[in-house]
Ligand binder design. Structure first.
Ligand SMILES: Nc1nc2c(ncn2[C@@H]2O[C@H](COP(=O)(O)OP(=O)(O)OP(=O)(O)O)[C@@H](O)[C@H]2O)c(=O)[nH]1
Ligand SMILES: C[C@H](OP(=O)(O)O)C(=O)O
Length: 205
């Protein structure tokens, strides 16, 4: 089946504010949050079928870093879901035949093969999502531009299901393993994290 170019939108909360539930020394948390995002973006960029990765953020340093590395960026003026919708609208101008895919930035063990498998299974015909490893949240949401309405937040798996999105099944372990706390970080380390996260974790006591 012919696939559209996938446009991956990665929302990145300011690392100074993000990953607040992760119990690590305060001065090391921003570095870990930034490393998770960099590993997530690096894996998405290497994924077959991904035409562009766009970082959606309000943080000037994240924006500058992303641009230095050749990534498109979109501002965050409307919070997580609203900014993703706005970013999809802008992206549509560059990729009118594309499919926007929102991908959380806290997937430090993401492997391109898992994202590619999800894109393959989800396809381009309707909205779909991938639940997180705990089964309550969502790591990935996609829909055609006119239907693109991510609802990340509390119990987002149930919310996406109730909205009629298809749940992509399959193991997809590295795409589901978001890292909110230290237990999740340990699980991600067992799966194998990317180089940025490995370096940041090496600084932990
Ligand atoms: N652009 C943008 N991204 C956000 C915002 N809130 C969360 N995110 C991103 O959305 C994804 C999922 O968010 P969470 O898992 O709650 O991450 P978090 O907000 O850093 O973590 P906590 O501080 O523990 O809630 C991560 O990629 C975050 O960076 C926001 O207001 N704007
Ligand atoms: C954004 C949210 O992530 P959590 O904070 O639950 O990991 C979700 O899963 O929709």
């Amino acid at each position: 089946m012919k696939r559209p170019p996938f446009v991956v939108l990665v929302p990145v909360k300011s690392p100074a504010l993000g990953k607040s539930r992760l119990q690590v020394p305060d001065h090391l948390r921003p570095g870990l949050a930034a490393a998770f995002a960099r590993d997530t973006v690096a894996a998405a960029r290497r994924t077959p079928g991904v035409a562009e990765v766009v970082v959606v953020t309000a943080d000037p340093e994240v924006t500058a870093h992303a641009r230095r590395h050749g990534l498109a960026t979109e501002p965050d003026a409307h919070g997580l879901n609203g900014s993703l919708v706005a970013a999809a609208r802008s992206t549509r101008l560059r990729h009118p035949d594309g499919l926007p895919v929102a991908l959380c930035a806290d997937l430090p063990c993401l492997r391109p093969a898992d994202l590619a498998a999800a894109l393959d299974e989800g396809g381009a015909d309707g909205s779909w999502f991938v639940a997180d490893a705990d089964g309550h949240g969502t790591t990935t949401y996609a829909a055609p531009y006119d239907a693109f309405a991510p609802q990340f937040g509390v119990e987002s798996r149930a919310v996406h299901l109730a909205a009629g999105a298809l749940e992509v099944t399959g193991d997809l372990a590295t795409l589901r393993r978001d890292v909110d706390d230290e237990h999740a970080l340990a699980a991600a380390l067992r799966l194998g994290v990317g180089a940025f996260t490995a370096d940041a974790v090496a600084l932990l006591p």
